[in-house]
Design a protein around this ligand. Structure first.
Ligand code: BEZ
Ligand code: FE
Length: 321
């Protein structure tokens, strides 16, 4: 039952919620007004529901402050918090479910670097020996009718056998295991990389403490990241997850979707195509990427800031995070 106090000053919990909500009534931007009024309602409902104490709220503010201070140019603790709370995947799911047949999106994660080297088709993204077991990845970027998409930019990044992305690891060349490939008219992409491995998300900060305090592990199943964009199509940020990973059932950031789980085919060193000088198992993976058409201009589903054709060379769209 709502208990409102008659008078100019908010006194009861309901008064306070109503006053905070009303304080945004004159916001000129309709969407901003809606977002903030609903935020007030939900935050207040949460505080009442859990009977939040001042001590708990102070601890939460201290946690968020520390998470902010943990952020650097290469570390984004607040994205990690959103990821580990399932919020990143939820926002993605709410904003756009992929139409049937299109490659599904998943979490972008904090290790994507803008402007990875543009490499020639079939080249290797491995810049350091010992990065892992060789794997040759091929596929075709297609539209929903199965037609190849030429001029698609396939942006790839992944970790090395030591579990780290180059951006986390000063011992790796900065562009190790990342690169961009532009498809020709046949829509095909191909590159050498290594087989990715399971790894823990960065857990030496406040988010790691939250996981430890709640008995959660920080592991993600092995995956290759890719972000694929093309003029006239919706950019998709997604992963290829390795089916043999032991962590598929417990991704710390809830990113696994069955359609994204793929099979790396093992090959012996004597099989045709084996990398020069490699005398152990190597792998191939063939997986197409199917792009959905971009929402029409003016469609509310089209996020502000979508990359134009001109921008795509240096700034792939990042709104799928
Ligand atoms: C990643 O896959 O790179 C990632 C995603 C979310 C949080 C941490 C890492
Ligand atoms: Fe990753």
């Amino acid at each position: 039952m709502r208990v409102m106090h008659e008078g100019p000053h908010p006194v009861t919990p309901d008064d306070i919620t109503a006053a905070a909500r009303k304080s945004f009534d004159q916001a000129p931007d309709e969407r901003l007004r809606f977002l903030l009024q609903r935020l007030v309602e939900h935050l207040h409902a949460y505080a009442r529901d859990v009977r939040l104490t001042r001590e708990e709220w102070a601890a939460a503010i201290a946690f968020l402050t520390e998470a902010g201070h943990t952020c650097t140019d290469t570390r984004q603790e607040l994205i990690l918090l959103s990821d580990t709370l399932g919020l990143s995947m939820l926002v993605d799911a709410v904003e756009h479910a992929a139409p049937a047949g299109a490659t599904e999106s998943t979490v972008l994660g904090p290790f994507h670097v803008e402007g990875s080297p543009l490499r020639s088709m079939g080249a290797s993204i491995v810049e350091q020996e010992g990065s892992g077991e060789p794997a040759f990845l091929t596929g075709t970027v297609r539209d929903l009718d199965g037609q190849p998409v030429g001029g698609a930019l396939v942006d790839i990044w992944q970790n090395a056998a030591n579990r780290m992305y180059a951006v986390q690891d000063p011992a790796q060349p900065p562009e190790n295991l990342r690169g961009r490939f532009l498809t020709g008219p046949d829509g095909a992409f191909a590159f050498w990389t290594v087989r990715p491995v399971d790894y823990p998300i960065p857990d030496d900060g406040p988010v790691g403490r939250m996981l430890a305090a709640t008995g959660r592990h920080p592991w993600r199943p092995a995956h290759v990241h890719l972000m694929v964009s093309a003029p006239g199509f919706r950019t998709v940020a997604t992963h290829f997850f390795d089916r043999t990973s032991q962590r598929l059932d417990g991704d710390a950031v809830f990113g696994v979707k069955p359609s994204l789980v793929v099979d790396f085919e093992p090959h012996g060193p004597d099989e045709p195509g084996a990398p020069d000088g490699w005398d152990a198992t190597w792998y191939t993976l063939h997986q197409d990427v199917v792009l959905a058409p971009a929402p029409a201009a003016g469609d509310p589903d089209q996020p502000a800031g979508a990359a134009s054709t001109e921008e795509r060379g240096s700034q792939p769209g990042r709104w799928d995070s």
